[in-house]
Structures are given as C-alpha cells and as structure tokens.
Design a binder for this molecule. Structure first.
Ligand code: SF4
Length: 513
C-alpha cells in the first residue's frame, strides 16, 4: 500500500521545518531592503536572513518552536484515509526523532510531553476527497508565539484607537489592524494574517488558518476582499511596529482574507497570525506509490535562492562598534549602566527557563546559583552528542520564546535569586519593569525565531536540571560567546515595548477612517 508514502511525508515535514518557501523569502528580502542596516530593525532582519540561510544549509529547524503540524490532505475517492492518517503520525514521530520537529505535544492536564509530537489533537489532519488521480498534502507549522496572538472579534465592537467597527468590510479592516497592533513583536513580526469573515467561532478560526495556505504574492479573486487586503497591508506597514516590535517600516508581509456564511445574529472576524518563520509547503504524490511527483509553493526540487551572499553570511552579526560586551556573572553596576536601545553581547554561563521552570522556582530553590546570572526564555531543540562518551548534549535550535507568559513570576524570581539578565522576546509588563528597577536587572530582546543563529552562539551544554519537565521545559546550562540581544527594558524604568506600543497607537488613530 503506497510504499513511498511514509518517506514522502518525512521529507515534506523536514523540508517545511528547515527551508522557507520562495514567496516568504521574497517578502522577507523586500523587508530587509526596506530597513536601514544599522537600525534595530535592520539588525534584526539581517539576523533573520542569516538564520533562514543557516537553517536551509544545515537542514536544521528554522525556529526551535516547530509548531503545531497541520496537514490538509486531498485524496482520490476510495483512498484509505485511516491508513494514511496512521502513516502521517508515524512520519511525524520519525521527523521528531531526527530533530526536524521539537517534541511539542503536551498533556493539557498533567503537563507531560509525549516526546514524539503525538497525542490527542496532535498532529492536526484534515482530509477531503477530490476527483484527481493524485494525492495532495499541504503542511503548515505554526508556532505558539504567533498562535497566542490570534484574535477573534464579534462585530459590532469598539476598538482601542479605532473607534467602532461595524458589520461591514470597513469594520473587518479595523479588526485586522487592531490585531496586528495588539500583536506588536510578540508573534515575531513581521508576520502575515489569515482572516475569515463570518462562519461560527470554530469554523471562523479554521478558515482563517486555511488562508495561510495561499501564497503571499497572490491576489484575492474577490475584488472586494482584494481591496481590503491591500488597504490593510498599506496601513499596517505605517504602524511602525516593525520587525520584532523594535520599530520600523515592515510590520506585515501578508494579508489573506476569506469569507463564510454566518448566522444572522453573529458576525465574527477571526484572525490567524503567522510569524516571519512562515513554514508552509506541500507535495503532490503518485496515487499508487505515494512518491513525490512535484512540490507545491516551490520550483521543483532545486535548492532555495539564499537570502544573503556568502560574504554577508560569513560576516555574522552586523556590528556597529557600539555593542557592549558582558560576561556572566554580571554585577549590578554593569546592569545599571545599560539603557534601552543598547546592543549587548553576552558571554559565559546562561540558563534556560520557561513556563515550567518559572512555576517551579516560585516554590523551590533553583538547582543552580543564579546570582549575577542570565536566564534565557528558551525551549531549545537538543540532541544527544558524541561528547563525553555519548552522554553529552548539543543544542540544534535555540531562539527565544515569548516572555510575557512569565510576567506573573519574573519580578519575584529576580528579587529572590539575584538574576541580572533576562533574555526573551516580545517584552514583558509593568510588574517586571518595576522588578528590573528594584532588583537591578535588565530585559534583553533576542530575535524571535532565529534558532539557528543563536544555536551557533552556544559553545557547549554544560549540564541540565529539571529534565522531568521534558526537553523544551528543562533548565539547560549553556556556555555562550557573544550572544547578541537588545536592551528593551532597562533598570531605570524604561521600556522600548511600551514606547513602540504608544507610538504605534498614535498611528493606528490615522487608520480610523
Ligand atoms: S518565529 Fe517566533 S512566533 Fe514563530 S514559531 Fe518561532 S518563536 Fe514562535
């Protein structure tokens, strides 16, 4: 039965996770040309471009969060969907074993990670029949940071800075702009939005996500929706949210809108926000062997066109000469000398910690001495290495995760354990800002999704604690050299995130009409 189907699915997953499609590369290359190289936005986009090329050349995950695997499968009448679903699950487990996917499926009640990306609801499989004598499989890998910025509006509604959004296409336009503004850098901007007008609450979100299977450079066949897509792109890129929410000219690389009929009493606008690491590919398979006949979204099997020249890639992080080097453990005086906007290069020991670690530290002493230390909000992809007789570890992908989830804990952890530097993405809230000031600590924003770039800043894994939380949630002990990040919240009460949110709110007002 379809002897090549399993291998085709593993190939599809691996390539989707490691090699961005040409339309996304083109949009990101245009963004890179738009921002001046020495600005925060320009530096972030250069790191992103390097990361895209590094991931493709080493066939490593573009982002450490390899997302929720969502498959859209079209099969000829009579195809055995039960067998196919089982084989796709096996392929997902195999791609996880090969390090192309991070173990990302967690029991919602116990918090236990299944370790192989399988479990109730994971992966997501949608089958449909068609009249063709071929099988089409499309895959999207959408991570948690951007998934958390999805939004659903029930119209009419009153929106901050935009006023009333009526049950009209103009109301839809306002909802989309509001969602992009709310997302700021948390969903790793510049992102793309899939939108559904109508449906019910569940079909609306599903149809919104389906819009992300359109290419970024296509045109909506419905001229009314095409006009809204264009208007949103224009207005969103004037918001100056910018790459990673650092400010800049590119906030959105795509807006794709669909519509479903609705109940007379309901008018939902559902928005699926995807990050710059917009991993979406597809294949057409021979219906008898399951072998790949052709790829979707890309020209044949040819290698992708690189984002950068070999010289640009070799040059690494684009330095201006103003970067500040810090080696952990770091003193309070060093921290209080830093200001929002400074670019810092961190060396020395660094510890990862995300949701489970933060919750743990509220009730237990840390397993390591964190005084003067660096806490990295990161759930890396880690593989066993040959080092130390095969008992060592290698980090293969290690970008920052969304920090705001740790807001309830962070200030207390800074105070209790003397952490001096927190690194993450998307910024944190007022409680943490006050905590940074009180404890003499600083928040650094790394470039979200740049998992390959940051993995190359890690010299070695010196240990691991709390492994019972699973690979992404454990506390990894890393040794790093010149790990670059930007001070976006300092010890003087200043927050770049707050400033950009306020500045972009003023621009949002301009989009009222
Ligand atoms: S690029 Fe950012 S939002 Fe996208 S999957 Fe990675 S961490 Fe999540």
């Amino acid at each position: 039965m379809l002897p090549s189907f399993f291998d085709s699915m593993v190939a599809l997953i691996a390539r989707t996770s490691t090699d961005l499609p040409p339309d996304v590369r083109k949009a990101m290359a245009a963004a890179l040309r738009t921002e001046a190289p020495a600005t925060r936005a320009g530096q972030a986009l250069t790191i992103i471009a390097q990361n895209i090329d590094q991931a493709a050349s080493c066939e490593g995950p573009i982002c450490q969060d390899t997302g929720m695997p969502t498959f859209e499968i079209k099969v000829p009448v009579g195809a055995n969907q039960i067998w196919m679903a089982g084989t796709i699950r096996e392929a997902v487990a195999e791609a996880t074993r090969r390090g192309k996917l991070r173990p990302n499926s967690v029991d919602s009640i116990t918090g236990e990670n299944s370790g192989n990306n399988l479990g109730p609801g994971t992966p997501i499989l949608h089958f449909a029949q068609w009249e063709e004598d071929a099988i089409e499989v499309k895959l999207i890998l959408k991570g948690g940071g951007c998934e958390n910025t999805n939004a659903q509006y029930a119209l009419p509604a009153d929106l901050d800075h935009l006023g009333r959004a009526d049950r009209s296409l103009d109301g839809v336009r306002k909802c989309i702009l509001h969602a992009v503004w709310k997302a700021q850098g948390k969903g790793c901007a510049p992102g793309a939005v899939g939108v559904c007008i109508g449906g019910d609450r569940t079909s609306g979100y599903l149809h919104a996500k389906e819009q992300l299977f359109r290419t970024l450079d296509d045109s909506n066949p419905d001229p009314r929706l095409a006009a809204i897509e264009e208007a949103v792109m224009d207005a969103a890129n004037q918001l100056t949210v910018g790459p990673m929410g650092f400010g800049g000219r590119t906030s959105l690389i795509g807006c794709k809108i669909g519509a479903l009929n609705r109940l007379p009493a309901s008018f939902f606008v559902s928005i699926a926000y995807d990050c710059w690491a917009f991993r979406r590919l597809g294949v057409v398979l021979d219906a008898r062997s399951g072998a790949i006949r052709s790829w979707l979204y890309r020209e044949g099997d040819a290698p992708s066109v690189p984002m950068l020249t070999p010289e640009q890639l070799a040059a690494g992080f684009p330095r201006t000469g103003r970067e500040i080097k810090l080696r952990a453990p770091i003193t309070e005086d060093q921290i209080r000398a830093l200001n929002v906007g400074d670019v810092v290069l961190i060396s020395g020991p660094m510890f990862t910690g995300r949701d489970a670690v933060h919750a743990h530290l509220m009730k237990h002493e840390p397993p390591v001495d964190l005084r003067g230390g660096v806490l990295y909000h990161c759930g890396p992809v880690v593989a066993k290495s040959e080092r130390d007789g095969g008992s060592g570890w290698t980090v293969t992908a290690a970008g920052p995760t969304t920090s705001i989830r740790e807001e309830p804990y962070q200030a207390e952890i800074l105070k209790r354990y003397g952490v001096r530097v927190v690194i993450g993405k998307g910024g944190m809230g007022a409680q943490t800002l006050a905590g940074l000031n009180e404890s003499g600590a600083v928040y650094l924003n790394a470039v979200g999704g740049a998992a390959q770039f940051y993995a190359r800043c890690i010299d070695r894994v010196s240990g691991v604690s709390l492994m019972e939380f699973g690979t992404p949630e454990a506390m990894w002990h890393l040794e790093v050299t010149d790990f670059p990040a930007i001070v976006t919240m300092d010890a003087h009460g200043r927050s770049l995130h707050k400033d950009i949110e306020q500045a972009s709110a003023a621009k949002l007002e301009n989009a009222r009409a």
